[in-house]
Ligand binder design. Structure first.
Ligand SMILES: C[S@@+](CC[C@H](N)C(=O)[O-])C[C@H]1O[C@@H](n2cnc3c(N)ncnc32)[C@H](O)[C@@H]1O
Length: 282
């Protein structure tokens, strides 16, 4: 009995119970399943939302998000981390441009999937590289994310002015040889990706936790998404990615991610360890 009575308001165990209840409530009410996300980062983000809403307990946050969809959307935007940039990790893009594109070019049609695309910059980058390899017209890029707010931005093809010089630099580092400015139009302080690039990309909502495979791809990028998942969820998502790749297809992960320590390790060739590029064995 004393065990219960001794619990101070923010005993770790009590906090964990409240977080589990909140995640369960979010799943039941809204269908978003964060129950197997890595705990430390989830905990930090939930507390950030609770304190921004001026709530003292996570139970109060649960009450709020259950009854108020807007409050749920605010929590959701804290739980998804839409950090991205064009030609992020330029060395990886250079390698894809120089060594993967010629292999992809052997296919009559190239399907690319950016799983967890955030606001779309990685998909824009790939579309530009496909165009420069004269492969864009025989390619279709699917860029998916759990966050409809991020996808809405992605569909607009808008590039922040204050990021243009970074992106132009990344583009050159990634082996680009054209004038990066030829890929966007600037109007009234807004840069917009050229429609010929944007129109080859299909942006759609897809949840890696709850949705299934929807096509077969020659290359899948799933970068900096699974770092937020626990081991069991990572294993499940690896299954989905594996099932979605054609034999000989490429899987590109983030620089802190790997297929090692998953049951799929033996089903891929490590094609480039530095840039976490794996090739599905035939
Ligand atoms: C840090 S961003 C990575 C963006 C991009 N891949 C990159 O590396 O530049 C992580 C993205 O994963 C998305 N995400 C998180 N959980 C997801 C899920 N269950 N299904 C699909 N996307 C998810 C988030 O909404 C966010 O946009």
């Amino acid at each position: 009995m004393t065990d219960f009575l001794d619990i101070s308001p923010y005993d770790d165990r009590l906090e964990k119970i409240e977080i589990e209840c909140l995640l369960e409530a979010v799943f039941k009410r809204y269908g978003y399943d964060f129950r197997n996300y890595a705990y430390p980062s989830l905990r930090r983000r939930i507390w950030h939302r609770a304190s921004t809403e001026q709530l003292e307990t996570i139970s109060l946050l649960q009450n709020l998000v259950l009854h108020d969809r807007d409050a749920f959307e605010r929590l959701l935007s804290d739980l998804v981390i839409p950090v991205t940039e064009m030609f992020r990790d330029p060395g990886m893009f250079k390698l894809i441009r120089e060594r993967v594109m010629p292999i992809l070019n052997q296919s009559t049609f190239v399907r690319v999937w950016h799983a967890g695309c955030a606001t779309g910059e990685e998909a824009y980058s790939m579309a530009i590289m496909l165009e420069e390899s004269r492969m864009l017209s025989k390619s279709r890029i699917y860029a998916t994310d759990i966050s409809e707010a991020s996808l809405q931005r992605a569909r607009q093809g808008m590039i922040s002015q204050d990021r243009l010089s970074l992106y132009a630099h990344n583009y050159l580092q990634g082996g680009g040889e054209q004038d990066f400015a030829s890929y966007y139009e600037s109007n009234h302080g807004l840069a917009t990706l050229h429609p010929r690039i944007l129109e080859r990309i299909v942006f759609a909502e897809h949840n890696l936790v709850t949705d299934r495979s929807f096509n077969e791809f020659q290359i899948i990028f799933c970068r900096n998404v699974m770092i937020y998942f626990d081991t069991a969820l990572r294993e499940r998502v690896h299954g989905l990615l594996y099932d979605s790749l054609s034999p000989g297809g490429f899987l590109v992960l983030g620089n802190k991610e790997s297929v090692a320590f998953t049951s799929f390790a033996g089903r891929y060739e490590t094609w480039n360890d530095e840039y976490r590029i794996y090739r599905k064995l035939r």
